[in-house]
Design a binder for this molecule. Structure first.
Ligand code: NAI
Length: 264
């Protein structure tokens, strides 16, 4: 790694939505990016959409984040052939909106497996290399649904609540190795995932509960990720859950303008 070379950031779920936007933001700020995603067609599309000016800056690997062996090999290969891993953004995730009494145990397990265990598998594999260099920044993408009791989110919310606690535990344990661990809890963000999961009713309810009264854009998370990734700007920040949510978690009584326009 040269003085100008900022090193490699792994972005899981990097071929869609929030992950893709964050991968692009990191590329724009001079990081090299290794995207990991399970969907080959999404990877092909993202490769075309993202074509970095310098193609040596962007790679993709196809893998399921819950596959421990595959992730360990990808991380090894990255260290050997692409560059030292200085950061991780864990954006791969799945969501379902189902009332708790209708939630099957199988889907609950599946959501926990990807959102909690998968995020852990990638973070642990990268942190084992970061430890040797006594530096690194790990960012989990949690959710406001891991901080509040949002209806329909018994499995998804529990998984993101697990991510919140995992962030705090890993921050405490890895501080001795110079590795900072934080989470971003987005509010509703316009992505392929919300286009599938959010019905028109769900959408208008969210809009009435967000102080800014709109969905966020994936690129509106870039600043927080760039700041957390940059040791020179956030060196004393670890173990934090930062809500980037248009004011959703802050909102109690709505202001008159939210009430007038409110639909829920
Ligand atoms: P998305 O569906 O657009 O992108 C998720 C990506 O993760 C997809 O490319 C998918 O192929 C990949 N992925 C899913 N399971 C995987 C696995 N097992 N292994 C590897 N890759 C896998 O979703 P979106 O909206 O970009 O969400 C990204 C993250 O942000 C998720 O963790 C989600 O829970 C979280 N989030 C999203 C919010 C939103 O409103 N869109 C709000 C709060 C959190």
């Amino acid at each position: 790694m040269t003085a100008q070379d900022k090193g490699v950031v792994i972005v899981t779920g990097g071929a869609s939505g929030i992950g893709q936007a964050l991968a692009q933001g990191l590329l724009d700020e001079g990081w090299r990016v290794l995207g990991i995603d399970v969907q080959p067609d999404r990877i092909d599309a993202a490769r075309r959409e993202m074509l970095a000016a310098d193609t040596s800056m962007l790679r993709f690997a196809q893998a399921d984040v819950t596959d421990e062996t595959a992730i360990s090999e990808i991380v090894q290969d990255c260290e050997a052939a692409f560059g030292p891993i200085v950061g991780v953004v864990n954006s791969a995730g799945i969501a379902r909106d189902i009332p708790c009494l209708d939630t099957e145990v199988d889907i609950f397990r599946q959501i926990l497996e990807v959102n909690v265990i998968g995020s852990f598998v990638v973070a642990r594999a990268a942190a084992r290399h970061m430890r040797a260099r006594q530096a690194g920044s790990i960012i989990f993408i949690a959710s406001v649904s891991g901080m509040r009791g949002n209806q329909g989110r018994v499995a998804y919310g529990a998984s993101k609540g697990g991510v919140v606690t995992m962030t705090q535990v890993m921050a405490v344990e890895l501080a001795q190795h110079g590795i900072r661990v934080n989470a971003i809890a987005p509010g509703p963000i316009e992505t392929p995932l919300t286009q599938v999961v959010h019905t028109p009713e769900v959408r208008s309810t969210w809009e009435s509960r967000v102080a800014l009264r709109r969905y966020g854009r994936p690129d509106e998370l870039r600043g927080t990720v760039g700041w957390l990734m940059d040791e020179s700007r956030s060196s004393y920040v670890t173990g934090q859950i930062i809500a980037v949510d248009g004011g959703f978690t802050a909102m109690g009584l709505p202001g008159p303008w939210q009430q007038q326009a409110g639909t829920a």
